[in-house]
Design a protein around this ligand. Structure first.
Ligand code: 5GP
Length: 346
């Protein structure tokens, strides 16, 4: 047994220090970034905030709004191939879409589930991104699966996770991942930290993973734990190349959920609710690591996007970052005595 005694921080434990800046308006901030992915070689211009592959978030309706701002959506796993066909007939843009898979079904020749990664990519080979999503990315069979996907799709950009330490971030990139999805337990409807005691505070975790990824030519996504636009700014300041959002994008018209009395349900993908909706069996040895919450329905996601992007833009002007790309080098974090969210909520 060993104890690491250095302090690890979450978004609410810090603030960004304001600095002198030559920017005179928020409009001057360049919110888009041009990436060249290390394995696929794809050049991609994007506003690097993306929608998570969750029910209520990674929907086709969400993607159609996000693509207008060059933002990526990781489409949730449970659409049928007919749903995909319909969506592409209705103005969905391939460029800003990632198909998503776990690591179980894809290579089964006789998989009865039509919505497998391979089948979607056979039908729509223009989709540039593949996301391989598991709750715990520390298994050897996860790495083996990634290698298989990389061999089969050398020109696709592979996003994979989740992990939250340097050595596993490097391991994934060295085995074919372009962008590592980072975060164990910070999610708004996640109960992993409570159920297992496992996790790393997200801000410190991102600083470690970004440093590791950039050292071997890869990129990282900060996945989970953003509650306010300021958290998104802090995630970029910590070195994250992308920020993935679940809860902040949930509860809108684009969530494709049922609105009842002005409320809409949102649940973790490992929750009992998700398992019963998608008919996945909960084995006797497994506990649920997600929860169900009820959110106030918030109308179209457009207004929320304006708030989020406006917040990050404004953060850039406070710290003197002309481009979102410059945020890490312009960021000095100060620790706060009281959790920032507590201050906001009062
Ligand atoms: P949020 O932006 O809501 O804070 O976090 C979104 C992220 O939480 C997702 O992208 C995913 O990585 C994670 N997540 C979603 N559902 C669950 C769940 O049921 N359990 C856990 N442990 N994490 C989840």
């Amino acid at each position: 047994m060993r104890i690491e005694t250095d302090i690890k921080l979450d978004y609410q434990d810090v603030l960004l220090k304001p600095k002198r800046s030559k920017l005179s308006s928020r409009k001057e901030v360049l919110m888009e970034r041009e990436f060249k992915f290390p394995h696929s070689g794809l050049k991609f211009n994007t506003l690097p905030i993306m929608a998570s592959n969750m029910d209520g978030v990674g929907t086709f309706a969400m993607a159609k709004v996000l693509q207008k701002r060059k933002m990526l959506t990781v489409i949730r796993k449970h659409y049928s191939i007919d749903d995909w066909k319909k969506a592409f007939k209705n103005d969905l843009d391939h460029q800003y879409i990632s198909v998503c898979t776990g690591i179980n079904q894809m290579w089964e020749e006789d998989a009865i589930d039509f919505n497998t990664l391979k089948k979607v990519l056979d039908e729509f080979p223009e989709i540039p991104f593949i996301t391989i999503d598991v709750a715990n990315g520390y298994h050897q069979n996860f790495v083996d699966f990634i290698k298989q996907v990389r061999d089969s799709f050398p020109y696709k950009t592979i996003i994979a996770g989740n992990v939250i330490t340097a050595e596993m971030t490097e391991e994934l990139i060295l085995n074919g991942v372009d962008i590592v999805k980072c975060g164990i337990g910070p999610g708004s409807v996640c109960t992993t930290r409570l159920m297992t005691g496992v996790g790393i505070p997200q801000l410190s975790g991102m600083i470690e993973c970004a440093d590791a990824a950039h050292g071997v030519g890869g990129l990282v996504i900060a996945d989970g734990g953003c509650v306010y636009p300021g958290d998104v700014a802090k995630a970029f300041g910590a070195g994250s190349d992308f920020v993935m959002l679940g809860g902040m994008l949930a509860g809108h018209d684009e969530s494709e959920g049922t609105v009842k009395d002005g409320q809409i349900e949102f649940y973790g993908m490992s929750s009992d609710t998700a398992m019963s909706i998608h008919g996945s069996e909960k084995a006797g040895y497994r506990s649920s690591e997600g929860k169900l919450v009820t959110l106030q329905h918030r109308g179209s996601v457009e207004d929320t996007l304006v708030e989020i992007i406006g917040g990050v833009r404004s953060a850039c002007t406070y710290i003197g970052a002309k481009r979102i790309k410059d945020m890490p080098k312009c960021s000095t974090f100060v620790r706060v005595n009281q959790q920032v969210n507590t201050v906001f909520d009062n």
